[in-house]
Structure formats: C-alpha cells, structure tokens
Design a protein around this ligand. Structure first.
Ligand code: PLP
Ligand code: ZN
Length: 442
C-alpha cells in the first residue's frame, strides 16, 4: 500500500507524529489537539481525474467495504487499515436533492439539501464512527487491551457508538445528560446494548467525566476530540461534489456545536482542491443556536477573541454545547474558507424548520438552525439568489418527535408557531369528514 496517514499535532511548529493505532487524543508534547495527516505526495501519484473515476466506480456498489460512502474513499481516510477490521453499515451515499419550493419561498433558487441524517442511526455521526470503531478493531487485533469504547453525547454520538460497537461485538459505554436527549435517542444505545449512563449534568459536564475516564487506556474515547471521526466525516464534502458531477457549490451551511463537522467538511474540500478534483472552494457557514453560540461571539470579533459560554436550553439539543472541543481546528478553516457564522433563536429555528417541512422536508431542529441561518443570510444579501447553496441536514427529523409535536401543539417555549397544524378530531361519520375536507380544500 503506497499511501499512509498518521496523527499529527495541530501546531505546525510541533514535530509530534503518532500511528493511528496509538491510544492518544492530544499531543503528548504540547497538549494541543491532533489531526490526521496524509502522505499527500503519494496521493498525487493519481491525477484528479483518476481519483474521480475510482470514486465513481465504487460509489454505492455492494463490494465490501468500498460501496460505503466513507470506505469508497479509503485511501483518503485511513489507507493502511486492514479491510478485515473495517466495521461498516454502508454509511454515506445519502441523497442530495434540490429543495425547489422552499428555495423559491426564501429567494434562493439553487438550494440543495444533503440528507446526512438518512443513515444507519439517523445522523451523520455514522460517517465518523465507522472509522473510529474500525480503528479500534485494528488496535484490538494488534493486541491492544481495549475493554470498551466510551463517549459523552448529546444523543447522536451515543447512538452511533452503540450501533457500530454492537456490529463489531465491542462493549460500549455512553454518558448522556439526563432528560436532555430525546426518547428516540435514549432508546438507540439501550437497544444496542450499551451501558447507558444518564448523568445529572449537561453535555459539557458529561464531557469532563468521560475525559477523566479515558485516562485509563482500556476505555477508548469516541468523542470528536478524536480526529479519526473527522476523517470519516470529511467524505460529506467529497460526496456533495461527486453527486453534482464534481461541481463545487458556492456555499455550504452546517449546523455547528462541537465544530468537528464543519472542520471535517472544510478538510474534505481542501483535500479535493489540493489533489486536483476541484478548482475552487465554497464559502462555509457555521450555524449555531443563539442559546449556545460561542463561535458566533468569536466571529463578531473577527475571531480575535474566543471564549466558551454556558449553553442555555435549546430545541437544537445536539448543538447545545458551550465549550466546543474543535474550536481551535474550526477557526482556521473558517478563515481559509471566507467563512460566516450565523445564529438562530428558538423562534427562528422552529419557524424555518416548519416552513421547510411545509414544502416536504422533515427537518430536525439542528437543520432548522441551518435553514434559519440561510434565510437570514439571503435576507441580508450575503447569499445572492443565483448562488448554489448546500445545507447539511445533520439528523433525521424522526429523532426529534417532541420538537415537532411541541411546535404543532404550540407548546414550545419562546416560539410563536405560525404554521401550527393540529389534528382535527371528528366522529366516525361521513358527513362530518366531508364537511371538514370541503372547508380545507373544497
Ligand atoms: C453532532 C451533531 C451536530 C453538530 O456537529 P459538531 O461536529 O458537533 O459541530 C449537528 N447536528 C446533529 C444532528 C448532530 O448530531
Ligand atoms: Zn504538539
């Protein structure tokens, strides 16, 4: 195998490098975050056109593991892993479609939605978790004494950890903030037989505990401080471009909490640019809930200042994060991509999701944040009507039933549900039904 990748410190001055099978989450010399680096010179032995052909040949085939949207790009993700250790549910390959009616309503005609939540566990977290759990499988096969994969979660990471570990037969432990994840998200790790711990704290509190636990190397940490996840999520951008005949959009809008995904999406575009698959970069938008928007605050200072905040309650629970671990990775990416950070209130995110739903979507609250950010940027003409925009839909709306029922029963706090649509209760009687229909559509 001519290709290779390794952990490297994010400080370009620091020489630390480690194998991807080392159990390490921060730089041993300076404690900075780690990134996965690739032997880009080796990857350049294939032309951009040849990479595109290879990726197209593999896309959505049944050939293990290359039919997976992640492993179809194996050389760019984790080239030296043994195929036998790959733990995959054929993640990726999610639909990218043009939201024509919604785009017309908000004056963004060339609007596309990448449905990353149409996935094995219902969120894009699968894309990173297949890489992380495969790496763990490789470590175990090389003799590492790993007893469990552990994570703190706002609900979707734990679902992915539990599912991929169960697929591989590796024990998993998930720490959730009690009463802050949805019922659907809670039953996912339970069903997949994870030890599920509901802690009386918020996500940031769970993160502190799990970090201490991971000092014991038998408990492998699956949070996105671990850059292996970012490698898998990078394939979102490759797939977006591939699905549009290798055209680059003008904008990509990403609901952002811990800032791993926006980092990953930026890295995917960078890599395609460097390897000659595309010749321009899109602009990136990180969309945050106003209740938890430390990156937005930093953006307002031109990224000169940055400080964590206390995250307040929001419907967008998956991004209710006050101290995003990947901020030092994401800020340079946003600067390079001429990025914008926008925020959305509870009313804005709920209204945007409801409006999108009325045109056929079923947006999760995080995607609601991205759609609201899009509407605000279009309104201010930061995004112009003819530009091609891709919104990353990060989870399946079915994971968030309380958000939907709360909206339509007009019980969400801080939200005026202008598009509330309540069930009409009627006797089982033809005339009553006919009358109701005539009133609605007659
Ligand atoms: C994890 C998650 C996010 C945020 O991604 P980060 O990498 O933490 O910024 C957004 N939406 C959903 C549905 C998620 O599960
Ligand atoms: Zn270092």
């Amino acid at each position: 195998m001519p290709y290779s990748s390794w952990f490297q410190c994010i400080d370009p001055e620091c020489p630390e490098r480690m194998a991807l099978t080392e159990i390490v989450y921060t730089c041993p010399s300076c404690d900075d975050l780690l990134m996965v680096a690739h032997d880009v010179d080796a990857l350049k032995n294939r032309s951009g056109a040849a990479w595109m052909r290879l990726f197209d040949d593999r896309y959505m085939t049944t050939q293990f593991p290359y039919g997976s949207g992640v492993w179809g790009k194996k050389e760019w993700v984790y080239p030296q892993i043994d195929d036998a250790n790959i733990v995959s549910t054929y993640e990726g390959g999610s639909n990218l479609f043009q939201a024509i009616r919604f785009g017309e309503m908000i004056g963004v005609e060339d609007l596309w939605i990448k449905q990353s939540g149409n996935s094995h566990t219902g969120s894009f977290k699968d894309l990173g978790m297949t890489v992380l759990v495969s790496a763990v499988q490789q470590m175990i096969h090389e003799g590492a004494d790993i007893r469990a994969v552990i994570c703190a979660s706002t609900g979707d990471t734990s679902a992915a950890v539990a599912a991929y570990c169960a697929t591989a037969g590796i024990p998993s432990v998930v720490l959730l903030p009690k009463d802050k994840v949805t019922t659907s998200q809670l039953v996912q790790p339970l069903a997949n037989n994870a030890l599920t711990l509901a802690l009386d704290t918020d996500f940031d509190g769970c993160m502190e505990v799990v970090k201490l636990l991971s000092e014991d190397k038998r408990f492998y940490l699956a949070n996105s401080i671990n850059p292996l996840r970012i490698e898998g999520q990078k394939t979102i951008s490759i797939e977006i471009v591939q699905q549009d005949d290798w055209q680059t959009p003008d904008w990509v809008i990403v609901p952002s909490g811990n800032l791993g995904n926006i980092t990953a999406i930026g890295l995917g575009f960078q890599m395609m640019h460097e390897l000659g698959l595309i010749n321009k970069l899109p602009r990136l938008v990180a969309a945050q809930a106003a209740a938890a928007a430390p990156l937005y605050d930093s953006y307002k200072t031109g990224f000169k200042e940055y400080s964590p905040v206390h995250a307040h309650g929001t419907q967008a629970t998956a991004i209710q994060i006050g101290n995003p671990v990947s901020a030092p990775r994401a800020i340079p990416i946003l600067q390079e991509f001429d990025g914008v950070v926008e925020q959305a209130t509870e009313d804005e995110l709920s209204q945007a999701a409801a409006l999108a739903d009325s045109t056929g979507l079923f947006a999760c609250p995080q995607t609601g944040v991205a759609l609201a950010a899009l509407m605000k940027l279009a309104e201010r003409s930061v995004i112009s009507p003819e530009e091609r925009v891709v919104v990353i839909s990060t989870a399946n709306g079915l994971k968030f039933p309380d958000f939907k029922t709360g909206y339509h029963s007009e019980t969400l706090p801080e939200v005026t549900a202008k598009l509330a649509n309540k069930p009409v209760e009627l006797p089982g009687d033809y005339h009553a039904v006919a009358e109701a229909i005539t009133k609605h559509a007659g």
